[in-house]
Design a protein around this ligand. Structure first.
Ligand SMILES: NC(=O)c1ccc[n+]([C@@H]2O[C@H](COP(=O)([O-])OP(=O)(O)OC[C@H]3O[C@@H](n4cnc5c(N)ncnc54)[C@H](O)[C@@H]3O)[C@@H](O)[C@H]2O)c1
Length: 313
């Protein structure tokens, strides 16, 4: 089977499944009789799997026994993470995908079904951000961030929901939003916040609609706070056609300040986020807030909203 191109090769719209001799061409197994969506006999797809939170999820899913499809714009990085999963005794394939491209994500879903016959867990996790005040964000900045952070999730749901519904067995979709998706007024990352709040909204609607139908498909929205990953170097994944970021000195200062929160008492590791995410999926929780200490920022926003419900009479 064809392999992914060398590092730096633009991701192909055609998804390349690298045959690692792990799953053959047959089924990876049936979903567990107890409706497990993680573990032996299940298949998990993680976008943005080559780095950070996605990588940690892939590694932990492999240890748990899931067959892992590591999908990323960085196809070589995805293969490298699949290697790590296998080195730890798991089963994985690494594939190149551009979540901003509906055709590419549809090809991913088709490739997974063709290769494994089923999928139990889909994590729409790939994400990027720009750093500037809104007055300095260009339309290219907006389009890129919305394309990846919002359309990427839409594409994942569009491509995989029909597969999961046709299976009729237990399955789960995790959409990665952010604390930025639930807190109010975060400067310098306007397009990111807009996209992540939309991801929260679409996830809530999806969860309600599936519950209305008595579907065995669960939904979670993952809202991490500061996590030690490469998200602040998102520019590396920016398509040439979307120009480049003209970050102001103030915005760069903010980016570095955010970076400083990734470690120490305010930060958390990607491994911890992954561990809590998988636990939440098993417990069929909708909201995933891996950092309990972040609760006050949500309380502050909601308190402000509730206060605004004045009596107009
Ligand atoms: N790190 C944090 O503090 C933090 C906080 C809240 C939410 N998040 C979210 O977590 C998710 C994972 O980010 P991370 O922090 O692990 O960052 P990361 O940069 O380490 O990983 C993001 C991955 O997404 C991939 N990617 C980018 N564009 C893509 C595209 N078009 N198609 C496919 N893959 C693409 C990148 O190649 C990279 O491997 C993102 O949605 C991010 O917004 C991160």
């Amino acid at each position: 089977m064809p392999g992914v191109g060398p590092p730096g090769t633009p991701p192909s719209v055609v998804v390349h499944f690298v045959d690692r001799g792990t799953g053959g061409t047959g089924m990876a197994g049936e979903a567990g009789p107890t409706g497990d969506v993680i573990g032996a006999g299940t298949v998990a797809v993680v976008t943005g799997g080559a780095s950070g939170i996605g990588r940690a999820l892939c590694r932990q899913l492999g240890v748990e026994g899931s067959t892992v499809v590591v999908a990323d714009l960085d196809g070589a990085g995805a293969v490298a993470v699949a290697d790590e999963v296998e080195a730890a005794g798991g089963e994985a394939v690494g594939v190149g995908v551009d979540v901003a491209d509906a055709t590419s994500v549809a090809a991913l879903a088709e490739g997974v079904v063709a290769r494994f016959g089923h999928v139990e867990l889909v994590v729409n996790n790939a994400g990027v951000s720009t750093f500037n005040l809104l007055q300095d964000q260009t339309l290219d900045d907006w389009h890129w961030v919305i394309d990846v952070d919002l359309w990427g999730v839409v594409h994942g749901v569009q491509a995989f929901l029909p597969v999961l519904r046709a299976q009729g067995t237990a399955a789960h979709i995790v959409n990665t939003a952010s604390m930025g998706g639930v807190m109010g007024g975060v400067p310098f990352i306007g397009p990111y916040v807009a996209a992540k709040q939309a991801v929260v909204g679409l996830s809530e609607t999806l969860a309600v609609e599936l519950a209305m139908q008595g579907s065995p498909i669960g939904v979670s929205v993952l809202c991490p706070g500061s996590t030690d990953t490469a998200i602040l170097e998102s520019e590396r994944a920016r398509p040439a056609g979307r120009g480049s970021e003209a970050r102001t000195a103030d915005a760069e200062g903010m980016r570095l300040a955010i970076e400083g929160t990734f470690t120490g008492p305010t930060g958390q590791t990607a491994e911890l986020v992954a561990e809590r995410t998988l636990r939440a999926v098993r417990e069929r929780r909708f909201w995933i807030f891996p950092q309990p200490a972040e609760r006050p920022v949500v309380e502050a926003r909601v308190a402000g909203m509730l206060e605004a419900f004045t009596d107009w009479t």
